[in-house]
Design a protein around this ligand. Sequence first.
Ligand code: BGC
Length: 382
Amino acid sequence: MRIIVLAGIAAALIAAASCTPGGKTGAASQLKKTPFGSTADGTAIDLYTLANKHGMSAAVMNYGGIVVALKVPGRDGRIDDVVLGFDNLNGYLGTNPYFGAIVGRYGNRIARGRFTLDGVEYTLARNNGENALHGGLRGFDKVVWQARDVSTPGTPRVELRYLSKDGEEGYPGNLSATVTYSVTDANELRIDYLATTDKDTVVNLTNHSYFNLAGQGNGDILKHELQIDADSFTPVDAGLIPTGEPRKVEGTPFDFRQPTAIGARIHENNEQLIRGRGYDHNFVLRGGGGTLAPAAKVYEPTTGRVMEVLTTQPGVQFYSGNFLDGTIRGKGGKVYQQRYGLCLETQHFPDSPNHPSFPTVVLKPGERYQTTTIYRFSTAQP
Ligand code: BGC
């Protein structure tokens, strides 16, 4: 009898110890693996849900390394899913604009799908008019990754590996890529990217999550306030290829040095906004890349959610979801209208292989491509 009582007290103490200051969830951090259907050729796909002790969780699958759900608390403690996507695998297997996916080998565009490396011209799959976009016809967003639980005490982690063969989508070299997702008790989704090659190649990996901090499907992102740690951006031509000259943000609608509502200037008669149908531009980060530095911060006034983006990358593509057009029905039957999500894709600059003045994206045998991006969540009062 006495033993049972003591055991009961111990259980209560353990439960109390795992309670968050707000006492919202009381759950310990953990990784859970659940089946998530299979691809057309019968490959089984799993969903890895990484949860921390504050009730934040990220669900990631081994198809495309896609972040399927990202649940974070708001000001009042309510937890919402803040990324666009689908309820099941079939949604992702159909045409969709890279919801939550790992993008590779090359995030964003390479002009006319061509570049020259070591005197050899390479021709890539063209899947965006005359340009190559996001790695080609079957980029890293459409392949099955090998997943492994690499959790450490208190931090759930899943490692995804993919070997991209020499010549795949036109890129040279066997590229071995590893992407690790972690959810920390600091309410961070951390993404570590690693790649090695056996032949000179180009690489630019990123994640293409569409965020809506009011909750996915709950309206557009025009009232989200955005701040970007950039003094300049790379203007584009009509095909959204950088012209090559960085331009100061000062005095333009691209000045996000102070927090500004995304909708405040998006409709201005500005050639760059017209070309992008809104914001679809690479910002040159003040940190310059190489060390982890702040890239951007987003605040959603109704829920109080704040998302900070930190990265070791030199650039961030701010895409305001301009091409969403109401034809996609996503999670919970929500229809995604124009600008229902925003992307902050940390990366090297678009079309770098054709711009020697941009930071290099060349990876050689013996080198390690290694980058980290953190999406950190908190809340703020109005
Ligand atoms: C690009 C956009 C594109 C979107 C979806 C973004 O990274 O910059 O131009 O429409 O991805 O593919």
